[in-house]
Design a protein around this ligand. Structure first.
Ligand code: SF4
Length: 255
């Protein structure tokens, strides 16, 4: 079953299995998921809209700036400092039309009120053809965690239900980042399986080329939409995959 959408621009702090105590930032519409992918395993259900966010339905960068000021000052005054501030939300956050301006406002408010909190981003890696997105990631984020979990364009297309052309766009885009972490979810389903030898060999070759500073290996932790018939990969198998990443001298952890 899909989980409900976030109903605010700032939510939490919540406990995340990968990051500990984390405050969430959602720069996307509150009433629908907005994403350029349609992953078989998405916790918000299948994607209905893949376009860029219209300015009328997302908070403007100045509105987000005021919300950051208000909420971060309140948390600091209460001594309630989160380990992380994560930009994620109801889909793909880099689809915000003023992503760079919003990210700069976030960084400035963090520096003022919560300097001990690190800023992370969970992104699907699809919009690194935009200069403003690349600039924001290089300038404003302590830990951009980028999706890269396929070894071939065919698996990319099957897992994300989009054109295989996006695979090259992701790989070329990641080369534009100064540094990044990789988030990789492994699954099996009748429609796609990114744990086959061909997929894993291709994925490891990409990691060797792109050199992320950390790789997170995980699987689904809650059942997604039942039509996708997705099954989780056991932890022991994830550990073997993480070990192969470490063999490239890249730090890796299985969750
Ligand atoms: S990239 Fe994230 S939000 Fe978008 S469909 Fe995939 S899992 Fe869902």
């Amino acid at each position: 079953m899909p989980i409900p959408l976030q109903d605010g621009w700032i939510y939490g702090p919540v406990h995340s299995r990968r990051y500990g105590r984390s405050l969430g930032v959602n720069p996307l519409p509150l009433d629908r998921k907005l994403c350029s992918l349609d992953c078989l395993y998405c916790q918000y259900g299948f994607t209905r809209a893949q376009d860029t966010a219209g300015r009328a339905e997302v908070p403007s960068a100045p509105e987000m700036a005021r919300a950051f000021e208000r909420e971060f000052a309140r948390l600091a005054a209460a001594g309630d400092v989160p380990d992380w501030i994560h930009v994620a939300g109801n889909g793909e956050p880099t689809l915000h039309p003023d992503f760079l301006e919003m990210s700069r406002a976030l960084q400035a408010a963090r520096d003022r009120h919560l300097p001990a909190s690190r800023i992370g981003l969970l992104s699907n890696s699809m919009h690194l053809n935009r200069d403003d997105v690349v600039r924001a990631l290089n300038e404003c984020y302590d830990d951009p965690a980028m999706k890269l979990e396929w070894g071939t364009p065919e698996c990319f297309a099957a897992m994300n239900q989009v054109s295989p052309k996006g695979f090259r766009r992701v790989v070329d885009g990641l080369k534009r980042l100064d540094r990044f972490a990789v988030q990789a979810l492994f699954l099996r389903s009748p429609r796609a399986d990114n744990t086959t030898p061909r997929e894993l060999d291709g994925w490891l070759a990409l990691l060797g080329e792109l050199r992320p500073y950390r790789v997170e290996v995980y699987s689904i932790d809650r059942p997604p939409q039942s039509e996708a018939q997705v099954t989780a990969v056991p932890k022991a198998e994830l550990e073997v995959i993480a070990q192969r990443v470490r063999g490239l001298s890249i730090p890796a952890e299985a969750f």
